[in-house]
Structure formats: C-alpha cells, structure tokens
Design a protein around this ligand. Structure first.
Ligand code: 26Y
Length: 801
C-alpha cells in the first residue's frame, strides 16, 4: 500500500492549511487568535491528513471483504490526541515548524487540549493502546464505546481530602470526531415479550436513539487507519410529550427525554463495585445493542445471510460490561432472522471473545433477575435457556455451575458460555481465571481459556512521553524500534558503556526537569530533580496497597530523624490516583498520605532528604510526564489480586526499576528484565491464601516488627493528625485485627527491598545499567505483540499490511 503520509507535506503547505482552518474553521484572524483557536486549527489540519489513510483502509476492507474486529468497551481512556496523531502521521516536526513560523509554540497549543478520560483506569487505557496498535499493525477494526458527556470526575484536594468535580471535556466541542446523524439505531428497553405465530416478539416499553460519532485512529507511519465509533444518546423527537407540555406539566413532559439523555451522560466512576444499577445496565445494553445492530447491518450490505457471520466478524468484549452482546446477537438471529436457537448460539459463540480483567468478587458483574426482567425481558429468557443448556452440559455434576444462581445473573459465566475464547491478561492471572474463577467451564471447554498478556503502545508511552530517551534510542540503534520493539535489545550492547549510561542519565534528568516544571505550573508543587523519584500512580485501592507505601514512608522518615547524617539517598515519594467517590477506606488513605506529607514536607530537618508529592487529578496527560521522570516504580499489590497492571510496563520501558510483588504482569516483567534488575518482595499467591487462613496473622506480623509497631503507634496517636488524633483509628484498627490485603505480613520484606533500592541507587553506574537493561528487555510488552496474539489466537484476522 502507498504511503499516505507526509513526505510530500511541506512546512509551507501545513502552514497554509493551518491558516485556512484558523480563518474558516475557528473563524479567527491570526492577529486575534487565542491558544484555543490555534488548537482548533491544528487539530483540523491534522485530521485532514488522517482522512486519506482512513478512507483507503476502509475501502480496502470493503473491496477485499476482510474480516473485521469489533472491540466493545465501556471505557476508552484516550487522553490527548494532537501530538499522538501528529507523530503517527509523521507530521510532528512539520507541524511544530509551521506553527513556529507563525509565532506559535506546538506544545503550548497541544497542551490546551482536554484529556479525554472516558475510562477509569487500566481497562480503559488498555482499550486505547489496543486501538492504536490495531491501526499500526493493520488489523481492520472498529472500537465501539460511549460518547460520555462527562468523563471521569476531576479530583481536587480540600484539606487533604478528595473532592470530585464534574469533568467537561466536550464543553468546547470535539474536533476529532465526525457526527453521523444518518447512523442512528433505536435501542429498546423494558416492555414485554409476546408470542406471535409460534415466535417470540419483544415489544420494548421505550426506545432510545443511539447516534454515531466517528474518529479516525491512525497507526504509526500512517499506513492504516481504523474507526473509533462512540454512541451518544440523542433526544428523540417523539420522546418529548407535547400534550403534557401543553397542559402545563413541563417536568413530566421532559422526563422520557431526560432518561434517554442520561444514558451517555456520565461514566461510572467506580472501578470495583457498581452503583446506580439500573442505569449502568441500561448504559451497557445501549452500547452493546447499537454496536451489534451496526455490525449486523454492515455485514448484510454485501452478504445475503448471517450464516457466515463468523468468517467476517470478530467481536471482543472488554470485560463483562458488554456481555449482553451474546444474548443480543442470539435475539437478533432468532427473533429477527429466523435462526434456530442452537444454531444462533453456536454462531454467536464463534463470533464472540471475552477478556477477563479481574478476580475481585466485587468487580464481577451480577444483575438480579428482577432488574434484568424489567430492563431486558427477552434477554432474560435467552439467558435462562443458555443456563439450562449449561446445566445439561455438566450432566452428572451435583453442584453444576450456573449462569443464574439464586436471583443473580452472573455476567462472567454468561460471557464465558457465549465466547469461543476467554482470555486473562497476564500468565498468572490466566492461571487463576482457569483454576479459581471458571473451573467448571474450563473442564467443559479446555481449549477456550488462553492467555494474552497485556501490552502498551510504545508510540505514546516512549516516543511521545519521553522525547529525550526516544532520541537517544534512535541515535543508538536507528529508527524502527517504534514498530519492532524487540529491537530495543540492541541497547544491551551499550549497557556497560559509561558514555551511554551517562547519556541515559541525562535523559532521565531532562524528564525530571520537564515534569518538575509542569508540576510547578499546573499545581504549584515543588519537585526536586536531584532525588530518587519513587512513584506509585494508579487508582486508589486497598489491594494496590498505597497504605503499605505510606506506612513505609513514615518508617523512613522516623529513621532519618533519628540519624540525619547516615548518608540517606534523597527521595521524592510521588503518589497519584483517584478513589471511587463511595470508597471510604481509599479516601481515608488519600487523607493519610496528604497528612503525612504535610508533616514531612514541613520538617526542616528532613526536607532535603524526603519529600512527598501528591498531585491531584492523575490522568493520562500527567502519566505522560510523570512516568519518564521516575526512577522507581511501585507495583506492590497483594499477590494474586492485580490482574496484570500496565503502569508497571510503562515505567520499566522508561527506565524505572520496579519494586514489586509476584503479581500480574510483574512476574513476566521480572522474567524478561532479569531477577537482578528487579526488586522483588512479598508473599506469593499461594502464601497469601495460606496466610489469610491463619487466625490472627496481622497481629502476629505486627508483633514481630518493631518498625511497624512504631509507625502504627505514631499514626494512632495522631502524630500526623494533631487536630483530630483518632482520624485514622479505623485504618490502624483494621491493620491489627483483619488486614485482608496483608500489609502487615509483607511490611518487613518490603522494607528489606527498599533498603536494597537505597543501596543500588548509591552506585549510580550500577543503577543506570539496571535501568538500561530494563528498557532493552521490554520489547515483549508492546501492545503490537498483544494485538497480534489476539489476531491469531482469538479473532482469526489477518493484517492488511
Ligand atoms: C463493574 C464495573 C463498575 C467496573 C468498571 C471498571 C469493573 C471494573 C472496571 C475496571 C477494571 C480495570 O481497570 N481492571 C484493570 O484492567 C487492566 C487491564 O487489563 C489490568 O492491567 C489491571 O490489573 C486491572 O485491575
């Protein structure tokens, strides 16, 4: 295929496009243009360049009747797109030069873009990395999601406590997407099921309209582009009750419309438990139904039946959130296209794949039968029939696994039975999915579960985020690593070259300075650049154990105070992350970190040796600055609880060393980078299970650790909360008496590993060598590799490149 990018695009032509868009799209005179106006001009100019590869790819997929992948996800944590698209189109430097010739700075303009946070955390960011990789490797694909009016809440701190403020990314429009007013589908809710001439008919009580908005997703090098299609619930003229309005009942007249609109209003800010159950289920069905209708419609454009659907369509369910896709596809095949139920089920199963992202019981979706019947009565019938079939398949089992147990529909079991492949997201997690979560299913379908370890896109997470390191890599091994990340291995040859190690250290310093400046400008926070930067950034959750980290920080502080001249390595402890609004313990931990920071950062005796920085509102944009600036990556979850992690990969790729447990993808990262280049600590998954069964394990662990006793006493006495001494009573009490996440059990070993960190960092050459070896050995964790595995092992799709 021909290159649709930019060798032919000159600075002059880019500049004239910019001016054209400034005038005709933003409607501004260059003399009176704001940064916003320039951003509009820049994004439209870049988007114009995306259109050619986009059309060419779409046309080829049609012409060659290629199988397409449909990635269904309630979350796409995209972040900013300006620089990402510029890089992938090969226009980054041209755009910067063109702007400069007009007296405008590229970064200033790109930084004006809001961070599209249509996701909570890992699962949503993974979807965004996979979209970019599918385009890069030439996998014909669509991402399907919701066009939330408000993304994940913005976090601020008031007196050290989390406040949630509404997010408003669409306030000034979205220059990336094209509205498709002609692409609308009705999505039904509620109502009843009738029998008509021996066939069942669902008569929904209400319909809501889904309208498509399309954005091009351009792969690196501009050789292929896919579509991200986000659905918005649009007010549907007949929802507005004019009769009621005219009779004066204005609120009631607008009610159905308000309900409809609420479907794409907000992203659920909860990454573990589900609140607002009915609305959440309705959102999931809204996404799924609109997408499946669109998929079926597209297939029927040039095929006359749905019989061969599996040869042309692969649908991937990103966790169970779109798991109603199975029943929905079966419903369409049976009720609308006259398929026999069993054949419809087999066909749906061949089309669908399911990725599991969690073992946490509270994050496994379950809906009550009552709710299901209210919202989706026909789907409930289908699920009941699937449940029967599932029980029959387990003939002989006295306690068969069920899709419906008691009054609960288990969406994980449903997703499993309606998929031909089920995958976990790291080797360890997949093994636990097999043995702990779905043993009965696995026994029936031993080939169904496969592992596909997560990955991250090196374009955003290295080339964009860390230009100094990316340039050093290119200077050292040449171009091409961006799409063949295994080539980073060639850096190993330079791991003992002092000049190279020094050059690496310079890139780290440059990244620290960049981040430090950003923190100052955005949050008025000070980050010393001469210290070991030790970061834990991720959603706030007990299993991720930010508590372990802050408790150790207290121990470290107390030791420095006891012996200030012991040759301590200066450290900055960075924490960042949001807590679900209703997750009180996570919010208490945020408050504890901020309270400890208040004391530590204002202590003149230790200030130069220890700082705690907790910038509010962690998001993709912050991660892009923070990760490259870090030396140490905290991946310290209780073993068996973090399905994979992907932040762990981003840090290691940017030359941070990991202190971590044998959990999720940490296990594989350690195998790849080498045990010598990884600070391991903590109980293993099996030991965790064992320890939890020992009564009084936390008390016993605390009693064995003098350090831990001192810290807990300090916290309990109000050392960090003198205005309210018992503020953290519950946290401390829980440590002594329950400690499900085994903070106490792992404390001493974590402390030991931190001492090893301290020692390694003192030997600068050794540290830099370890960091370089981490970078060199991270090729496996490119999301290009993950996507290729999905293509062969799950989707049966070939690259078009
Ligand atoms: C049920 C609903 C409220 C819900 C919403 C979001 C449940 C879960 C989630 C999000 C889960 C999530 O982000 N999981 C993470 O997925 C990453 C990508 O696979 C993993 O790396 C990470 O370990 C896992 O916690």
């Amino acid at each position: 295929m021909t290159e649709h990018t930019s060798p032919e695009t000159s600075v002059a032509s880019f500049r004239s496009s910019l001016l054209k868009h400034l005038q005709f799209t933003a409607g501004k005179d260059p003399k009176h243009s704001t940064v916003f106006d320039w951003r509009i001009a820049l994004s439209h100019t870049l988007r114009d360049h995306a259109v050619d590869p986009w059309f060419a790819s779409t046309r080829r997929t049609w012409d060659e009747d290629r199988k397409r992948v449909y990635y269904l996800s309630m979350e796409f944590l995209i972040g900013r797109l300006t620089e990402d698209l510029a890089i992938n189109l090969g226009l980054r430097d041209i755009a910067a030069e063109a702007l400069e010739s007009l007296g405008v700075d590229f970064e200033t303009v790109a930084s004006e873009e809001p961070d599209a946070a249509l996701g909570n955390g890992g699962l949503g960011r993974l979807a965004a990395c996979y979209l970019e990789s599918m385009a890069t490797v030439g996998c014909p694909a669509y991402g399907y999601g919701l066009r939330y009016e408000h993304g994940l809440f913005e976090q601020s701190f008031k007196d050290g406590r989390q406040q949630e403020n509404p997010e408003n990314w669409l306030a000034h429009g979205n220059p990336w997407d094209y509205a498709r007013p002609e692409t609308v589908y009705g999505v039904g809710f509620g109502g009843d099921v009738y029998e008509e001439n021996g066939v069942l008919r669902w008569q929904p009580g209400t319909h809501v309209q889904a309208q498509a908005f399309d954005s091009p997703v351009v792969g690196y090098g501009g050789k292929w582009a896919n579509t991200l299609r986000l659905w918005a619930a649009t007010p549907n003229a007949d929802l507005f009750d004019l009769g009621r309005f005219n009779s004066g009942d204005f609120a009631a007249a607008a009610e159905p419309e308000a309900l409809a609109r609420s479907l794409s209003r907000v992203l659920y800010p909860n990454d573990t438990t589900d609140g607002g159950k009915q609305l959440r289920l309705s959102q999931e069905y809204f996404l799924t139904s609109a997408s499946v209708q669109d998929i079926v419609r597209r297939h029927l454009v040039n095929h006359d039946s749905l019989e061969n659907l599996d040869a042309h369509v692969a649908i991937q369910m990103n966790d169970t959130h779109p798991a109603i896709a199975g029943p929905e596809l079966i419903r369409i095949l049976v009720d609308e296209h006259g398929f026999d139920f069993d054949r419809a089920t087999d066909l749906s199963t061949l089309v669908l794949g399911y990725t599991n992202h969690t073992l946490l019981p509270e994050a496994l979706e379950r809906w009550t039968v009552g709710l299901m019947r209210n919202v989706l009565p026909r789907h409930l019938q289908i699920i009941e029939r699937l449940d029967q079939k599932f029980v029959e398949l387990q003939a002989g089992s006295h306690h068969p696994a069920r899709l419906i147990s008691g009054d609960q529909v288990n969406m994980g079991d449903l997703a499993f039975t309606t998929s031909h492949r089920v995958n976990g997201v790291s080797a360890l997690h997949t093994e636990l999915v097999r043995t702990e979560l779905f043993p009965a299913h696995d026994a029936l379908h031993p080939d169904r579960i496969v592992n596909i370890t997560n990955g991250i896109t090196p374009r955003r997470w290295l080339k964009l985020a860390n230009p100094a390191l990316a340039d050093l890599i290119t200077k050292t091994i040449g171009e091409g690593w961006e799409t063949d990340l295994d080539r980073l291995r060639e850096l190993e040859a330079h791991a003992d070259d002092p000049a190279f190690l020094n050059a690496f250290a310079q890139t780290k310093l440059a990244a620290k300075e960049r981040f430090s400046q950003w923190l100052k400008e955005e949050h008025d926070l000070d980050l010393p650049t001469n210290a070991l930067v030790d970061s834990q950034v991720k959603r706030m959750h007990e299993y991720k154990r930010q508590l372990l980290n802050i408790l150790w920080t207290i121990a470290h502080y107390q030791r420095i105070k006891r012996d200030p001249n012991a040759g301590w390595v200066p450290r900055v402890k960075i924490f960042a992350g949001k807590a679900a609004p209703s997750y009180h313990t996570a919010k208490d931990i945020i408050k504890l970190i901020n309270d400890v920071a208040e004391v530590v950062n204002n202590d003149p005796e230790t200030q130069h040796l220890l700082r705690i920085v907790f910038p509010p509102n962690y998001n993709v944009t912050m991660a892009e600055k923070l990760i490259p600036a870090s030396d140490l990556s905290e991946q310290i979850s209780t073993a068996g609880m973090e399905a994979s992690g992907t932040g762990n990969m981003k840090f290691a790729l940017n030359g941070a060393l990991t202190i971590g447990t044998l959990d999720g993808a940490n296990v594989e990262i350690r195998e790849h980078v080498g045990a010598d280049n990884f600070f391991l600590f903590g109980l293993t998954t099996e030991e965790v299970a064992q320890r939890r069964s020992q009564r009084g394990h936390s008390r016993a662990a605390i009693e064995k650790s003098q350090a831990l006793q001192d810290i807990l006493q300090a916290v309990a006495e109000g050392t960090f909360s003198p205005d309210e001494p018992y503020r953290f009573g519950q946290l401390v009490d829980n440590m002594w008496n329950s400690d499900w996440f085994l903070v106490a059990s792992d404390f001493d070993d974590y402390d030991r590993a931190q001492q090893e960190v301290e020692e390694a960092y003192r030997d600068t050459a050794r540290w830099n060598r370890m960091a370089v070896l981490n970078i060199a050995r991270m090729g496996y964790f490119s999301s290009d590799r993950s996507v290729r595995e999905y293509m062969t092992e799950v989707w049966g799709v070939e690259s078009a490149l």
